[in-house]
Design a protein around this ligand. Structure first.
Ligand code: RIB
Ligand code: CA
Length: 317
């Protein structure tokens, strides 16, 4: 039975890799891809979702949700690692669709149509998820599962010493989502940061004889160079690809079920920090599960297998 999923995303090169994995996975029914501002501003995020679908041309086209600007507006983007366009300044041509529905409208509609069946994979700030909660007070209880790439348990942040980018970008929405009744699993930097995708990963991507191979080999070199020049890293992080594996192969992770977390929304130094109550006599109620460990080698190979499937499915005829 295919798993119904909606992917909420701020493409972003690691988001694009996660989408290439999901769109050709026979175990997934990707109902919709909903764009959200984060790595890039709202309009660019919506354009990038269309570009990725145009370049990969998957067997089934999901619905597309349009991102709308968060309030307050984004403080930062990630152009330093993903380029001004979010896809390595690849400047792919794309015939943009107009009159797209806003992402939060699609999220509400698709979950209402299949209560308790839909898994939402959130790969960007939680703006759309919070807006869907506002749109329909019953919605949160009808979501099957929300998997969130974001936050940290005890690892350092990546946008400030205390905060991870997705949560930092819209902490008020993140706090609403953390406090909601949804079944939630967090995939934090604690497990995504230790897995560095070296140049071996680039070598093992599908060949240029496929649309998928050409797309991945077009967008990834920029971020390899950027990670090296800006961050001094001999390789890249692909947090969203790891979060996608958490959705498709949860057995590769050790999930702590009953954690209690909230989000700092005001701190001068700690805005966007995910705060966990791990006191011996915990006072906060359990509100989410957290992926605390993973079989890194298996996760790495699972990502490559999924991308190989993307390559095989898009071979030039
Ligand atoms: O902190 C990593 C997250 O921020 C990833 O989702 C990346 O795409 C950016 O959105
Ligand atoms: Ca992302």
């Amino acid at each position: 039975m295919e798993k119904k999923v909606i992917i909420d995303t701020d493409p972003g090169i690691d988001d694009a890799v996660a989408l290439a994995m999901a769109l050709f996975d026979p175990s997934l029914d990707v109902l919709a891809i909903t764009a959200v501002a984060g790595n890039v501003h709202a309009e660019q995020a919506t354009k990038n979702v269309q570009t990725i679908l145009d370049q990969l041309d998957p067997p089934r086209l999901p619905r597309i949700g349009a991102a709308t600007s968060p309030n307050p507006p984004l403080e930062k983007t990630t152009s330093h690692v993903f380029g001004n366009d979010g896809l390595g300044n690849s400047n792919f041509p794309v015939a943009e669709l107009h009159n797209l529905h806003p992402s939060e409208k699609l999220l509400v509609e698709e979950v209402r149509a299949a209560p308790d069946e839909v898994t939402i994979i959130a790969l960007g700030p939680l703006t759309n998820i919070a807006r869907a909660i506002h749109r329909d007070p019953n919605w949160a209880s009808q979501v099957g599962h929300l998997i969130i790439m974001g936050g940290t348990v005890s690892a350092p942040g990546n946008v400030t010493p205390a905060a991870e980018f997705n949560i930092y970008s819209d902490p008020v929405s993140a706090q609403e989502v953390f406090r909601s009744k949804m079944t939630k699993t967090l995939v934090p930097l604690d497990i995504t940061d230790p897995l560095i995708f070296s140049y071996d990963f680039l070598d093992r991507l599908p060949s240029e004889d496929s649309r998928g191979g050409r797309f991945l080999r077009k967008i990834l070199p920029f971020t390899y160079r950027a990670h090296r020049q800006v961050l001094g890293l001999e390789g890249i992080w692909l947090a969203d690809a790891i979060a996608m594996v958490a959705a498709t192969n949860p057995s590769l992770f050790r999930i702590m079920d009953d954690m209690s977390a909230d989000v700092e929304t005001n701190g001068f130094l700690t805005k966007g920090m995910t705060v966990f109550d791990r006191r011996v006599h915990r006072k906060w109620k359990a509100n989410l599960a957290v992926a605390m460990e993973m079989d890194s080698d298996q996760v790495y190979e699972t990502i490559l297998k999924a991308l190989a499937r993307c390559g095989e499915s898009t071979l030039d005829s």
